[in-house]
Design a protein. Structure first.
Length: 258
DNA sequence: ATGCCGTGGAAACCACGA
Protein backbone atom coordinates (compact mmCIF):
# COMPACT_ATOMS: atom_id res chain seq x y z
CA UNK A 1 0.00 0.00 0.00
CA UNK A 2 1.35 3.37 -1.03
CA UNK A 3 0.54 6.39 1.12
CA UNK A 4 1.43 9.96 0.19
CA UNK A 5 1.29 13.45 1.65
CA UNK A 6 1.19 16.62 -0.41
CA UNK A 7 0.86 20.26 0.60
CA UNK A 8 -0.87 21.49 -2.57
CA UNK A 9 -0.92 25.22 -1.72
CA UNK A 10 -4.43 25.81 -3.07
CA UNK A 11 -6.31 22.75 -4.34
CA UNK A 12 -8.27 24.58 -7.04
CA UNK A 13 -5.34 26.55 -8.43
CA UNK A 14 -3.34 23.32 -8.33
CA UNK A 15 -5.95 20.91 -9.67
CA UNK A 16 -4.24 20.02 -13.00
CA UNK A 17 -0.97 19.30 -11.19
CA UNK A 18 -2.70 17.25 -8.50
CA UNK A 19 -4.70 15.17 -11.00
CA UNK A 20 -1.66 14.55 -13.20
CA UNK A 21 0.43 13.46 -10.21
CA UNK A 22 -2.35 11.16 -8.94
CA UNK A 23 -2.73 9.54 -12.34
CA UNK A 24 1.00 9.09 -12.86
CA UNK A 25 1.81 7.67 -9.41
CA UNK A 26 -1.51 6.08 -8.24
CA UNK A 27 -1.04 6.28 -4.46
CA UNK A 28 -3.64 4.32 -2.50
CA UNK A 29 -4.01 6.97 0.20
CA UNK A 30 -3.19 10.68 0.00
CA UNK A 31 -3.20 13.31 2.73
CA UNK A 32 -3.49 16.86 1.38
CA UNK A 33 -2.78 20.12 3.15
CA UNK A 34 -3.37 23.80 2.39
CA UNK A 35 -6.54 23.29 0.39
CA UNK A 36 -7.22 27.05 0.69
CA UNK A 37 -10.84 26.35 -0.16
CA UNK A 38 -14.09 26.45 1.80
CA UNK A 39 -15.88 23.15 2.37
CA UNK A 40 -18.19 23.59 -0.64
CA UNK A 41 -15.41 24.51 -3.09
CA UNK A 42 -13.52 21.23 -2.80
CA UNK A 43 -13.21 19.73 -6.34
CA UNK A 44 -14.82 16.44 -5.35
CA UNK A 45 -16.17 15.64 -8.81
CA UNK A 46 -12.82 15.96 -10.63
CA UNK A 47 -11.14 13.80 -7.99
CA UNK A 48 -13.90 11.21 -8.12
CA UNK A 49 -13.64 11.03 -11.91
CA UNK A 50 -10.08 9.75 -11.69
CA UNK A 51 -11.02 7.09 -9.17
CA UNK A 52 -10.51 8.68 -5.75
CA UNK A 53 -12.92 9.24 -2.92
CA UNK A 54 -12.26 11.92 -0.34
CA UNK A 55 -13.05 13.38 3.03
CA UNK A 56 -11.97 16.95 3.69
CA UNK A 57 -12.11 19.77 6.20
CA UNK A 58 -12.09 23.04 4.30
CA UNK A 59 -11.70 26.62 5.37
CA UNK A 60 -12.10 29.87 3.48
CA UNK A 61 -8.78 31.25 2.17
CA UNK A 62 -6.38 29.28 4.34
CA UNK A 63 -5.48 25.87 5.72
CA UNK A 64 -7.72 22.93 4.91
CA UNK A 65 -6.85 19.21 4.94
CA UNK A 66 -8.14 16.13 3.13
CA UNK A 67 -7.69 12.38 2.88
CA UNK A 68 -8.12 10.68 -0.51
CA UNK A 69 -8.22 6.96 -1.22
CA UNK A 70 -8.33 4.76 -4.28
CA UNK A 71 -10.45 1.60 -3.90
CA UNK A 72 -10.33 1.81 -0.11
CA UNK A 73 -13.06 2.74 2.31
CA UNK A 74 -12.47 5.82 4.49
CA UNK A 75 -13.90 5.78 7.98
CA UNK A 76 -13.50 9.27 9.40
CA UNK A 77 -12.58 9.29 13.09
CA UNK A 78 -12.23 13.00 13.80
CA UNK A 79 -11.62 16.40 12.28
CA UNK A 80 -9.83 18.98 14.37
CA UNK A 81 -7.16 18.29 16.95
CA UNK A 82 -8.53 17.84 20.48
CA UNK A 83 -7.52 20.14 23.32
CA UNK A 84 -8.89 23.55 22.29
CA UNK A 85 -12.55 24.09 21.45
CA UNK A 86 -11.76 27.66 20.38
CA UNK A 87 -9.41 26.57 17.60
CA UNK A 88 -11.24 27.26 14.32
CA UNK A 89 -8.40 26.41 11.93
CA UNK A 90 -8.78 23.36 9.68
CA UNK A 91 -5.49 21.61 10.22
CA UNK A 92 -6.24 18.05 11.25
CA UNK A 93 -8.24 15.10 9.95
CA UNK A 94 -8.08 11.46 11.04
CA UNK A 95 -9.50 8.28 9.52
CA UNK A 96 -9.25 4.50 9.49
CA UNK A 97 -8.21 3.16 6.10
CA UNK A 98 -7.39 -0.46 5.39
CA UNK A 99 -6.67 -1.26 9.04
CA UNK A 100 -4.45 1.78 9.62
CA UNK A 101 -5.29 4.91 11.57
CA UNK A 102 -4.14 7.82 9.42
CA UNK A 103 -3.79 11.35 10.78
CA UNK A 104 -3.30 14.09 8.19
CA UNK A 105 -2.03 17.32 9.70
CA UNK A 106 -0.90 20.83 8.85
CA UNK A 107 1.07 22.17 11.77
CA UNK A 108 1.09 25.98 12.04
CA UNK A 109 3.99 27.85 10.46
CA UNK A 110 4.59 30.01 13.55
CA UNK A 111 6.38 32.97 12.01
CA UNK A 112 7.14 35.58 13.04
CA UNK A 113 8.78 34.23 16.17
CA UNK A 114 8.45 35.17 18.92
CA UNK A 115 4.84 36.32 18.84
CA UNK A 116 1.22 35.11 18.96
CA UNK A 117 1.61 32.96 15.86
CA UNK A 118 4.58 31.22 17.37
CA UNK A 119 2.65 30.70 20.61
CA UNK A 120 -0.15 29.13 18.59
CA UNK A 121 2.32 26.82 16.88
CA UNK A 122 3.78 25.65 20.19
CA UNK A 123 0.39 25.10 21.79
CA UNK A 124 -0.79 23.21 18.70
CA UNK A 125 2.37 21.14 18.99
CA UNK A 126 1.65 20.18 22.59
CA UNK A 127 -1.92 19.26 21.68
CA UNK A 128 -0.48 17.07 18.92
CA UNK A 129 1.92 15.43 21.38
CA UNK A 130 -0.95 14.68 23.76
CA UNK A 131 -3.13 13.23 21.03
CA UNK A 132 -0.25 11.26 19.50
CA UNK A 133 0.29 9.63 22.90
CA UNK A 134 -3.37 8.61 22.94
CA UNK A 135 -2.99 7.12 19.48
CA UNK A 136 0.09 5.13 20.51
CA UNK A 137 -1.81 3.72 23.46
CA UNK A 138 -4.22 2.06 21.00
CA UNK A 139 -1.40 -0.34 20.10
CA UNK A 140 -2.57 -0.29 16.51
CA UNK A 141 -0.92 0.72 13.24
CA UNK A 142 -0.98 4.53 13.15
CA UNK A 143 0.53 7.08 10.77
CA UNK A 144 0.99 10.77 11.50
CA UNK A 145 1.69 12.55 8.25
CA UNK A 146 1.55 15.96 6.67
CA UNK A 147 3.26 19.32 6.72
CA UNK A 148 4.84 19.59 10.17
CA UNK A 149 6.54 22.92 9.42
CA UNK A 150 9.62 21.65 11.25
CA UNK A 151 13.06 20.73 10.01
CA UNK A 152 14.00 18.10 12.61
CA UNK A 153 17.79 18.41 12.24
CA UNK A 154 20.48 20.44 10.50
CA UNK A 155 20.57 17.80 7.76
CA UNK A 156 17.07 18.90 6.79
CA UNK A 157 17.98 22.50 5.89
CA UNK A 158 20.06 23.73 2.97
CA UNK A 159 21.69 26.40 5.14
CA UNK A 160 21.04 25.63 8.80
CA UNK A 161 23.05 28.61 10.03
CA UNK A 162 20.51 30.96 8.46
CA UNK A 163 17.45 29.32 9.96
CA UNK A 164 18.21 29.27 13.69
CA UNK A 165 15.73 32.02 14.60
CA UNK A 166 13.01 30.88 12.23
CA UNK A 167 9.81 29.34 13.61
CA UNK A 168 10.47 26.20 11.54
CA UNK A 169 13.87 25.56 13.06
CA UNK A 170 14.09 27.25 16.46
CA UNK A 171 15.51 25.00 19.17
CA UNK A 172 12.19 24.72 21.04
CA UNK A 173 10.45 23.58 17.83
CA UNK A 174 13.07 20.94 17.09
CA UNK A 175 12.84 19.86 20.75
CA UNK A 176 9.05 19.51 20.42
CA UNK A 177 9.48 17.33 17.33
CA UNK A 178 12.05 15.18 19.12
CA UNK A 179 9.77 14.87 22.15
CA UNK A 180 7.04 13.67 19.82
CA UNK A 181 9.19 11.07 18.06
CA UNK A 182 10.65 9.96 21.39
CA UNK A 183 7.17 8.74 22.32
CA UNK A 184 7.93 5.87 19.97
CA UNK A 185 7.32 7.20 16.44
CA UNK A 186 9.61 6.39 13.54
CA UNK A 187 10.53 9.08 11.01
CA UNK A 188 10.03 6.86 7.95
CA UNK A 189 12.26 8.71 5.48
CA UNK A 190 15.13 9.00 7.96
CA UNK A 191 14.81 5.34 8.87
CA UNK A 192 15.46 4.35 5.26
CA UNK A 193 17.84 7.21 4.44
CA UNK A 194 19.63 8.22 7.65
CA UNK A 195 22.28 10.42 6.03
CA UNK A 196 20.85 11.56 2.68
CA UNK A 197 19.97 15.13 1.85
CA UNK A 198 16.19 15.00 1.47
CA UNK A 199 14.02 18.05 0.87
CA UNK A 200 10.26 18.33 0.46
CA UNK A 201 9.90 22.11 0.01
CA UNK A 202 11.62 24.74 -2.12
CA UNK A 203 10.76 28.44 -2.09
CA UNK A 204 9.22 29.93 -5.23
CA UNK A 205 11.88 32.61 -5.51
CA UNK A 206 15.61 32.94 -5.72
CA UNK A 207 15.59 29.85 -7.94
CA UNK A 208 15.42 27.76 -4.82
CA UNK A 209 14.42 24.58 -6.64
CA UNK A 210 17.12 24.94 -9.30
CA UNK A 211 19.71 25.57 -6.56
CA UNK A 212 18.27 22.74 -4.43
CA UNK A 213 17.91 25.24 -1.58
CA UNK A 214 15.27 23.19 0.16
CA UNK A 215 13.81 22.14 3.48
CA UNK A 216 12.49 18.81 4.77
CA UNK A 217 9.27 19.69 6.56
CA UNK A 218 6.75 17.09 5.32
CA UNK A 219 7.04 13.90 7.32
CA UNK A 220 5.74 10.39 7.94
CA UNK A 221 5.76 9.20 11.54
CA UNK A 222 4.97 5.52 12.03
CA UNK A 223 3.76 3.77 15.17
CA UNK A 224 5.83 0.72 16.28
CA UNK A 225 3.27 -1.63 14.70
CA UNK A 226 4.28 -0.34 11.25
CA UNK A 227 8.05 -0.28 11.60
CA UNK A 228 8.58 -3.71 10.06
CA UNK A 229 6.11 -3.04 7.27
CA UNK A 230 8.04 -0.09 5.77
CA UNK A 231 9.22 -1.14 2.30
CA UNK A 232 10.16 2.11 0.58
CA UNK A 233 9.85 5.89 0.80
CA UNK A 234 10.63 8.88 -1.35
CA UNK A 235 9.91 12.39 -2.57
CA UNK A 236 8.35 12.98 -6.00
CA UNK A 237 10.79 15.81 -6.53
CA UNK A 238 10.12 16.30 -10.24
CA UNK A 239 6.57 17.47 -9.49
CA UNK A 240 8.09 20.59 -7.95
CA UNK A 241 9.47 21.41 -11.39
CA UNK A 242 6.09 21.30 -13.18
CA UNK A 243 4.23 24.39 -14.39
CA UNK A 244 1.89 26.06 -11.85
CA UNK A 245 3.14 23.71 -9.13
CA UNK A 246 3.06 23.88 -5.34
CA UNK A 247 6.16 24.94 -3.41
CA UNK A 248 6.06 21.49 -1.75
CA UNK A 249 6.68 18.16 -3.45
CA UNK A 250 4.66 15.02 -2.68
CA UNK A 251 6.23 12.58 -0.21
CA UNK A 252 5.28 8.89 -0.05
CA UNK A 253 5.88 5.60 1.71
CA UNK A 254 5.15 2.04 0.69
CA UNK A 255 3.95 -0.47 3.31
CA UNK A 256 3.88 -4.23 3.24
CA UNK A 257 0.39 -5.72 3.51
CA UNK A 258 -0.54 -6.78 7.03
C1' DA B 1 19.16 38.78 5.10
C1' DT B 2 15.20 39.37 2.46
C1' DG B 3 8.16 37.13 0.94
C1' DC B 4 12.11 38.71 -4.58
C1' DC B 5 6.62 34.35 -5.77
C1' DG B 6 2.12 32.63 -5.50
C1' DT B 7 -2.73 31.94 -3.73
C1' DG B 8 -7.24 33.48 -2.34
C1' DG B 9 -10.45 37.10 -1.36
C1' DA B 10 -11.68 41.39 -1.34
C1' DA B 11 -10.93 45.41 -3.52
C1' DA B 12 -7.94 47.47 -7.39
C1' DC B 13 -4.44 45.92 -2.36
C1' DC B 14 -3.89 42.84 1.52
C1' DA B 15 -3.09 38.55 4.50
C1' DC B 16 -0.61 34.70 4.52
C1' DG B 17 2.88 31.31 3.58
C1' DA B 18 8.21 29.14 5.11
Amino acid sequence: MKIATYNVNGINGRLPVLLRWLQETSPDVVCLQELKAPQEKFPEQAIREIGYQAIWHGQKSWNGVAILTRNLEIEEVRRGLPGDDEDEQSRYIEANVNGIRIAGLYLPNGNPAPGPKFDYKMSWFSRLQAHAKELLSLNEPVILTGDFNVMPTEKDVYKPERWGEDALFRPEVRAAFKELTDQGWTDALRKLYPEETIYTFWDYFRNAYQRNAGLRIDHFLLSPQLEDRLLAAGVDKEVRGWEKTSDHAPVWIELKDA
